[in-house]
Write a protein that binds this ligand. Sequence first.
Ligand code: NAP
Ligand code: GLV
Length: 312
Amino acid sequence: MTKLYFYLDEPGAEIWQPAFEAAMPGVDYRPYPHWGSPDEGPAYLFAWEPEPGLVAKYPNIKAIFSLGAGVDHLTRDPDLPTDIPIIRMSDDGLKEGMAEFVLMTVLMHHRYMPRMIASQQKREWRRLFPPLASEVRVGILGYGALGKVSAAALKPLGYQVAAWSRSEKEPEHGVEHFTGTEEFEAFLARTDILVGLLPSTPETTNLLNKDTMSLMPKYASIINVGRGTLINLGDMVDLLDDGHLSAATLDVFVKEPLDQESPLWDHPKVIITPHIASITRPKSAAEYVARNIERIEKGLQPENLLDRYRGY
Ligand code: NAP
Ligand code: GLV
């Protein structure tokens, strides 16, 4: 019988049990702290941000399923054993949710909603006339599972979509591809609305700073739904204040929740959402885990295995 340890320290976590029981009939489901002894035999772990040091106490864990696409919530544990395979989430619910959020926020930036909301708060009747979608250049940083579905959601509206990634992509109708550090500046220079969908790695940390964000066209805007480490927020606020950037929607932060004292809360050009751009859905995620445990048990490689060298 498959043993599945579960760790999620959030209210409502009990909704996961029926989803796993439906996707994996007969599963021995053990929510933390009811994992039992490591001597009871092999187990899989499905987790979000387990306590540092906890996984190391369970050498019977065969593989970890990350509850999210990101793995920084696991790898920040200095005691995490380096030999346990980690499988990143990429269920259909996560993809659909991200496509919706990116479409909504790109439309908001394109149609000047942050400026409209700021005007309303001042009781100001200020009419602004945005360009058509076909005149707006959207640039997606990261063209993985979530970057791709976001581009697919934007294309039917006519946006000029481009994407930047580490490795070269096949030519594709409706998406212009930019690759690697050598093409980063050209990507920024053509991007009016930038969507951050990169994992947190040493290479992506502070990638958006004063120098790089200054390469974007005047009045460009930023939507960050990847990880907070991408942006130097002090530099971003300077560029919003001097008018180079027109708006930012931030869903992810280096420290979450965002500090009460952060000046970002009141910034008239900033929209903050509490890391909800997309969430993993129990039904599709449990099916994804079931499918991949079956693969592992058959000796096959699971989908979306973390490459620890690349960091994603
Ligand atoms: P993914 O499939 O692994 O895609 C990652 C993309 O980033 C790939 O296109 C990759 O390039 C690119 N990339 C990574 N490092 C790069 C670098 N140094 N230079 C250029 N490109 C680089 O990941 P995903 O499933 O799309 O998820 C992306 C991130 O979204 C996750 O890591 C997570 O942090 C975040 N996320 C946030 C939320 C939220 O609610 N806010 C929800 C889910 C996920 P290659 O294609 O060349 O490999
Ligand atoms: C959410 O941030 C995720 O990594 O899935």
